[in-house]
Design a protein around this ligand. Sequence first.
Ligand SMILES: [Zn+2]
Ligand SMILES: [Zn+2]
Length: 349
Amino acid sequence: MTVELPATQRALIFDTFNGPLEVRNVPVPEPAEDEILVKIEYSGICHSDLHVWLGDLASMSVCPLVGGHEGAGTVIRVGKNVTGWQLGDKAGVKLMNFNCLNCEYCKKGHEPLCHHIQNYGFDRSGTFQEYLTIRGVDAAKIDKRTDLASAAPILCAGVTVYKALKESNVAPGQIIVLTGAGGGLGSLAIQYACAMGMRVVAMDHGSKEEHCKKLGAEWFVDAFNTKDIIKHITNLTDGGPHGVINFAVAKIAMEQAVQYVRKRGTVVFVGLPKDSKVTFDTTPFIFNAITLKGSIVGSRLDVDEAMEFVTRGIVKVPIELVRLEDVPDVYQRMLDGKITSRAVVDFSL
Ligand SMILES: [Zn+2]
Ligand SMILES: [Zn+2]
């Protein structure tokens, strides 16, 4: 079943950082021998896409650029050296690709740390276009039963939170604090954490309490109106949570986490505040034998595992479908703090 290919396709492009975002017609690429061509049907819009466009990540990105790194669609061409893919398969296009598969990090499964990584939507064209090539080894398999629109955000947001939860080393029955729990990443993290058997303390603005509890949080802590957060969480969790994942883009939340985490507990930093410097007293940190980690997306296996929760219907992704032309408006709403679910471009609209 070979699908006819048009000569050109629609792509959302910007020529300069913070410059106009325009939908233009560009050539449809041919896959190389080790690549597949994916007809992108949905693409999630990540906060990083906004920051790339604004130029906040200029050292990691190029212009002109097609953004986007959460693509889901159908395989319509398969390069002759590709194994494991067939026409009609559903495929996901994630952020980090072109890892060498041969260095120390790749061999240990820490693929996002490979020196050869290229990032779709950062330093090469991403998923805000209708057709995209990707190496067969990099693309994520998506089960045919999986809702493709829900699958798209798993390729960055979903795998990011799932990997961070694994990195927290919190066991089933133990307690995890999620800061920024009511946001896009946090809302997914509550569901994954519950599915993994963790007991969740959600922390965010008071207006998010009902939302977080509906998703499965056992406790809620108002990050802005709690008198002594460290004492409060320590009491609430009878000695501190076993792990903390910081999604909040606030340095105070990062500094507090190191202080209230349980002895021998783990704090994982995911949220990136603009001025990313934090300070804390190292004495209790050392005497309580705390582990502090950073976590960035995940491996191909982490993507597969994160996707399976969605396929099985255990994790639900709150999405809002928009047109490719609506991406600039979504960026504005992100800047205004008015995005409540993951905006996903539906290329059929
Ligand atoms: Zn992202
Ligand atoms: Zn490598």
